[in-house]
Design a binder for this molecule. Structure first.
Ligand code: AMP
Length: 238
């Protein structure tokens, strides 16, 4: 695992982890927060979907785990994420990690190799299991730009609000895979969250309510832990 992140060094821009149950609104909130903090949004799920869409042998292997709602094995995850995190210069731009780490072993691998600089804050978007089921059933993704939306807001057109591309259900948003992904989350998240809490990194925010309200809570969590970022978050934080 360690070799995957060779060349680790000091980074200066914000480095955040965002976690949450499937359907908690992580993707939407991460995209917005990353834009506000001016850091790359790095979603392991998006990296895997790109690999699957590229039709590579690796994508074929990954696709079998994703379609079944299972976690992709750690060695593959770490290789793919490390390839995207790149070298020191690229990491210096900071990052917002979405969907990675997803297990305690992945978190430990990340910090073992990058050291304490791997992340300065981990935010859990907390939404109870019974609240995410309707969200997952209504979730749709644009086949052109990958934007995630839902039938409640875009039922009138069936088209992406950003690029007008067609919306479709994600391949792993069928009932069996949803049930399996939620069960895997309930197995893997408690030890991961406890480990991050022990490192003094974890903050939980309530993920229920309107997207704007949740965004505001995320921003408050960021500036309360990293006051230097207030300048980037001023419109929301003040
Ligand atoms: P997401 O878009 O985050 O819901 O991820 C979609 C799927 O990709 C998950 O259900 C897993 O199969 C896989 N995946 C994403 N991130 C990870 C990870 N860190 N570890 C293992 N599997 C992952």
């Amino acid at each position: 695992m360690a070799a995957a992140f060779a060349g680790a060094g000091r980074q200066l821009a914000p480095r955040l982890i965002v976690l949450g149950r499937q359907g908690a609104g992580k993707g939407t909130q991460c995209a917005r927060l990353a834009e506000q903090l001016d850091v790359p949004h790095l979603s392991s799920g998006d990296l895997f979907r790109a690999e699957i869409a590229a039709g590579t042998k690796l994508g074929g292997t990954i696709g079998r785990y994703v379609a079944a709602g299972e976690l992709v094995p750690d060695d593959i995850v770490l290789d793919v994420v490390a390839a995207r995190l790149g070298d020191n210069a690229r990491r210096a731009a900071g990052y917002l990690l979405d969907g990675f780490p997803r297990t305690q072993a992945q978190a430990q691998a990340l910090f073992e190799v990058l050291g304490a600089d791997a992340a300065e804050l981990a935010i859990e978007i907390d939404v109870p299991a019974d609240a995410v089921l309707p969200r997952l059933a209504a979730r749709r993704m644009c086949i052109e730009c990958g934007m995630v939306t839902n039938l409640h807001t875009d039922s009138s057109t069936g088209r992406c609000p950003a690029c007008r591309g067609f919306l479709e259900r994600r391949a792993d948003d069928h009932p069996d895979a949803i049930a399996r992904r939620l069960a895997v989350y309930d197995e893997q998240a408690p030890p991961l969250l406890e480990w991050l809490r022990d490192q003094g990194l974890l903050v939980s925010v309530d993920g229920r309510g309107e997207p704007d309200e949740v965004h505001e809570r995320l921003v408050q969590a960021v500036v309360s832990r990293i006051p230097a970022l207030r300048v980037l978050c001023r419109a929301v934080a003040d």
